[in-house]
Design a protein. Structure first.
Length: 683
């Protein structure tokens, strides 16, 4: 039944209203849950409208906006963040980079839902996630918070997270947009041409809006083409709210995220967080002085109230500790960590055989639950499993010895030499990468491991029979100085509170690794586009990541999409057919040709027609799916590519154009292993 409108309320309640002085019971006053957003905002004073447009600070780790008691409108209660809830103890999931490596959208939907459940159970009604900036360069301090370098992949993962989370709370797609340097995040101005902006830095945000129906978008700290993102009318009004039809609200990133009163309000910012520096009394004064039209305030307040109405049943959650760190969420955290592990090198040392002998586990990080950055994405679980604990729990009959490192005594070298195998746990921590100004981390100084760790790996490799390296980090590591000396290399990311158990699951073969790199690992840092963490002005080109490496014909150490398994796969029978309404169907048979069950990630890349009117990447990922196959099993994977995704943005006409011609569809298991290809004439 449609809610009664203000006009009918008016007639029905007129008599009662004549004698009524209490606004809460006055039938003339529209009520939250009964009236529309427009009616509620229409009944607000200027100050009440502006109160919808700013935070009021933090209470018990939740960032709040004020409720409107008179109209019965609840306030927002926001909480970070992308790998779990940053309030008290909560389930610490693997970081988003790890979840990107799963290439498993259904799993990510479950993570989003679990984080939404926990946010709600903590009393929040909005989660400040997902972080979904395309990883332009792996040295970005917050690389671990996002899903990877490819817009199609980031978009698909983020949509899944949003859909899951929004079954319980509002989500926030952040940081809109072109946010990829941390150390100068408040000041950097990114110059970017319109085509690069549209085709590389925005498509995933568009998906979050159009497919994910995300309730809110957080504007980034940085400026784009001279305008701070919290007042970029071009991005906020023309593109986000105009072209994409976003009907939610934009909140600023936190301290220093809002830079002006009139500029931000007119530019399209709806909520200043976390407190009213520009959007409190100053905004009211600006309206009264005629510097900001009241229609701008009406629109912003309506956007906020509209989303509150859409999420009305979720705005007053019940605090419920039993829903936090539940057995189901811990099991999910472990499954995700297992699926996220990327096996990069294996000369047969893995899986480790459970036979009598000694396994030596080396490295200070073996005894640490290395959960990642300590900035706004930090999550504090009530307990967490270290790699050493995970290995010790399942190694029998192998005996496990820990040698601290990074330097070794003569006796320790003898222990390493006599062991059946040595597992070295290496990597980065919040000291080397993370959110700027909050932790030591910030942007990375180098893509290499710290020198002491490189030496530690080489010292082990010089004496051990088998050196198995487990790397924990948020993104690509340059491994060239030592990788040829080791028997196996497993990328474990920051694997969350169950990480130690998941690492052991994979090392011992209780699970077969099936994660794939969501970002290219270069041989040398110079192989990638440049990254300067002190930039105040920077220009972004069209290519980065695998597109750049492909364009330059530069061999990566490990390509985007790459990952080994304990089994083997083959693909055949590629068919590309035109479906209805601009959808292209891609079908391929995938066979597990090896001795055990495992997961393959089918990847579809598309190259534009020869002689394109604009420069193109050699090929772009357009679809992917993760397939679980029992040993010997064959299944047909079905994927879809939208014709519109093959368009280029024509700057002169501001339109998207699908060029007529022959498009090359290549299918395989990484951006550099594409055994199947067919051409298709489009559009
Ligand atoms: C970060 C956001 C975060 C916010 C609130 C900012 O510094 O950039 O990602 O959500 O703080 O903690």
């Amino acid at each position: 039944m449609a809610p009664p409108r203000a006009s009918s309320l008016l007639l029905a309640g007129l008599a009662a209203a004549l004698s009524c002085t209490d606004e809460r019971t006055n039938p003339l006053v529209p009520k939250f849950g009964e009236a529309t957003a427009e009616e509620l905002v229409g009944a607000m004073t200027l100050d009440e409208k502006i109160a919808e447009m700013h935070g009021t600070g933090a209470v018990d780790e939740l960032f709040e906006t004020a409720p409107n008691e008179r109209l019965g409108i609840p306030g927002l209660k926001m909480v970070d963040g992308p790998r779990g809830v940053r309030a008290g103890h909560a389930t610490a999931f693997p970081v988003a980079a790890a979840r990107g490596a799963t290439f498993d959208v259904e799993l990510e939907r479950r993570v989003g839902e679990a984080i939404g459940v926990e946010a709600s159970a903590k009393g929040a009604n909005m989660i400040l996630a997902p972080t979904m900036n395309v990883l332009r360069h792996p040295a970005w301090g917050r690389a671990q918070e996002t899903y990877g370098e490819d817009p199609t992949h980031v978009g698909a993962m983020a949509v899944a997270f949003i859909e899951g989370a929004q079954t319980h709370v509002l989500a926030s797609a952040k940081h809109f947009a072109v946010n990829s340097i941390e150390d100068t995040r408040f000041d950097v101005d990114v110059t970017i041409d319109e085509r690069t902006l549209r085709e590389v830095y925005l498509p995933h945000f568009r998906r979050a809006v159009v497919d994910g129906h995300v309730a809110s978008v957080m504007s980034a700290y940085n400026a784009v083409n001279g305008a701070p993102m919290s007042e970029s009318a071009h991005l906020l009004r023309d593109i986000l709210k105009g072209e994409w039809g976003f009907d939610g609200f934009v909140e600023s990133d936190w301290v220093f995220g809002t830079r002006s009163t009139a500029g931000a309000a007119i530019g399209g910012l709806d909520i200043e967080m976390p407190t009213p520096v520009y959007f409190g009394g100053a905004l009211s004064d600006a309206v009264l002085a005629g510097a900001v039209p009241e229609s701008i305030i009406d629109e912003a307040a309506t956007r906020v109230v509209r989303k509150k109405l859409a999420f009305a049943d979720k705005l007053r959650p019940t605090v419920d500790a039993t829903k936090v760190e539940s057995p189901e969420h811990l099991a999910l955290a472990r499954d995700v960590a297992v699926e996220s592990m990327v096996l990069l090198v294996n000369d047969g040392a893995l899986p480790i055989a459970r036979a009598p002998g000694t396994l030596v586990v080396v490295g200070p990080l073996a005894k640490v639950a290395n959960l990642g950055d300590l900035g706004s994405s930090a999550v504090t679980p009530s307990s967490a499993i270290t790699p050493l604990q995970g290995i010790e729990a399942v190694a029998a009959p192998l005996g496990v010895v820990h040698v601290e490192g990074p330097t070794f005594s003569t006796a320790e070298l003898e222990t390493l030499a006599s062991a059946s195998a040595v597992v070295v746990v290496a990597g980065l921590t919040s000291d080397e990468e993370g959110e700027g100004l909050i932790t030591k981390g910030g942007d990375r100084e180098t893509l290499s491991l710290p020198p002491a760790q490189e030496k530690m790996i080489l010292d082990v490799a010089a004496v051990a029979k088998q050196t198995i390296v487990v790397v924990e980090a948020g993104s690509a590591i340059v491994v060239r100085p030592w990788v040829d000396q080791v028997s196996a290399l497993l990328m474990a990311w920051y694997p969350g509170m169950q990480g130690g158990a998941a690492i052991a699951d994979v090392l011992f073969g209780d699970a077969s690794p099936g994660g794939r790199l969501p970002a290219s690992f270069p041989r040398a840092e110079a192989d990638l586009v440049s990254f300067d963490h002190s930039s105040l002005e920077v220009t972004y080109g069209f290519l980065h990541g695998y597109r750049w490496l492909d364009d330059q014909d530069t061999e990566p150490e490990f390509p985007f999409g790459f990952g080994l398994s304990y089994t083997t796969f083959a693909m055949s029978g590629l068919a590309v057919t035109r479906g209805a309404e601009g959808v292209i169907e891609v079908g391929v048979d995938v066979t597990n040709t090896g001795p055990r069950d495992g997961d393959e990630v089918v990847q579809v890349y598309v190259g534009a027609p020869a002689g394109s009117a604009v420069p193109r990447a050699p090929r772009d990922l357009r679809a992917f799916t993760r397939v679980h196959l029992a040993a010997g099993e064959t299944r047909r994977a079905s994927l879809t590519v939208r014709e519109e995704d093959l368009a280029y943005f024509d700057v002169a006409t501001s339109t998207w154009i699908v060029e007529p011609g022959s498009y090359a569809f290549s299918v395989g298991s990484s951006s550099r292993a594409l055994p199947l290809a067919v051409s298709s004439m489009l559009p």
